[in-house]
Design a protein around this ligand. Structure first.
Ligand SMILES: NC(=O)C1=CN([C@@H]2O[C@H](COP(=O)(O)OP(=O)(O)OC[C@H]3O[C@@H](n4cnc5c(N)ncnc54)[C@H](OP(=O)(O)O)[C@@H]3O)[C@@H](O)[C@H]2O)C=CC1
Ligand SMILES: Nc1nc2c(c(=O)[nH]1)N=C([C@H](O)[C@@H](O)CO)CN2
Length: 237
């Protein structure tokens, strides 16, 4: 790899994969993380995307990934904390385990990766270095069925403020807060119609709007400590 690569965690599918491929189209070197091997990864590898296995469900797993990453590269242009688990709240005895799992992937992994990989971003010879946290519209509203998810995304949103202040002016730190971007397998038309009705724009835009937002942050030298809503006007409904 010649230029400093851009790291996208959880980049094997959906929004992360879309952004990884668009970054390659735009001439960047890209590293993604994944948990489970699958055919789609070979497509990304054929495009020159480096794929590193990482499981952020434990502190040891997070630190193991950091050590592995540091053994592979000497600098980074940007880190996109995209890995996420949209798990509904668990009832009964699983509630605590569920909350801890979401805390680790949404908060502890970004926190430890930012602290330990600051030196890799500072070693980038380009004038701009970025960290982008993928949060969620519900970080600001809460969620009746995804309370642990929403709370840990809110924690990630708050980490954006702290790291932006800590790392300025060498590294810009921002968040993107989407609402519905892509449906999931199994979402039927009734669900889709209900989901579309939640926003003023009444649409399911697809991952292109997320890449446009990421591109804006990567190209703007004067933006840090913000959360960029990409939610179709959810707050207007
Ligand atoms: N899709 C949408 O409409 C919305 C998305 N967002 C946010 O945007 C981002 C991308 O969304 P989307 O593409 O749907 O995300 P996905 O639900 O597809 O998750 C992305 C990846 O996260 C990885 N991941 C999950 N848990 C862990 C873990 N413990 N350790 C390591 N990796 C993990 C998975 O890797 P693997 O598959 O290899 O296991 C998965 O491929 C997320 O942060 C999400 O919260 C916010 C609002 C709406
Ligand atoms: N990690 C994920 N987070 C979220 C997803 C997802 O598929 N994976 N999906 C959503 C929904 O689209 C939600 O916005 C619908 O209202 C939220 N977060």
């Amino acid at each position: 790899m010649s230029a400093s690569p851009i790291l996208i965690t959880g980049g094997a599918q959906r929004l992360g994969r879309h952004c990884a491929e668009r970054l390659v189209d735009d001439g960047h070197d890209v590293i993604i993380t994944y948990r489970r091997e699958r055919a789609e990864l070979d497509v990304l590898r054929q495009r020159g995307i480096v794929t590193l296995r990482a499981d952020f469900s434990s502190e040891a797993g997070i630190l193991d990934f950091i050590d592995h990453l540091k053994s592979q590269i000497r600098s980074l242009r940007a880190i996109v904390h995209n890995a996420s688990d949209w798990a509904p709240d668990s009832s009964g005895e699983d509630a605590g385990i569920n909350f801890e799992r979401l805390f680790r992937v949404h908060m502890q992994a970004p926190y430890l990766i930012n602290l330990h990989c600051r030196e890799l971003l500072n070693a980038c010879s380009e004038p701009q270095r970025d960290i982008v946290h993928m949060t969620d519209y519900v970080a600001g509203t809460g969620s009746k069925k995804h309370a642990a998810y929403a709370a840990t995304k809110a924690g990630l949103e708050n980490l954006t403020l702290s790291f932006a202040a800590m790392f300025a002016p060498d590294i810009q730190v921002n968040a993107i807060a989407p609402a519905l971007i892509m449906l999931n397998e199994g979402d039927d038309e009734a669900y889709a119609a209900k989901a579309r009705a939640k926003s003023a724009m009444a649409m399911v835009p697809g991952p292109g709007v997320i890449y446009q937002s990421l591109r804006y942050l990567l190209d703007n030298r004067y933006v840090t400590g913000i959360t960029l809503p990409v939610d179709g006007g959810r707050h207007l409904r």
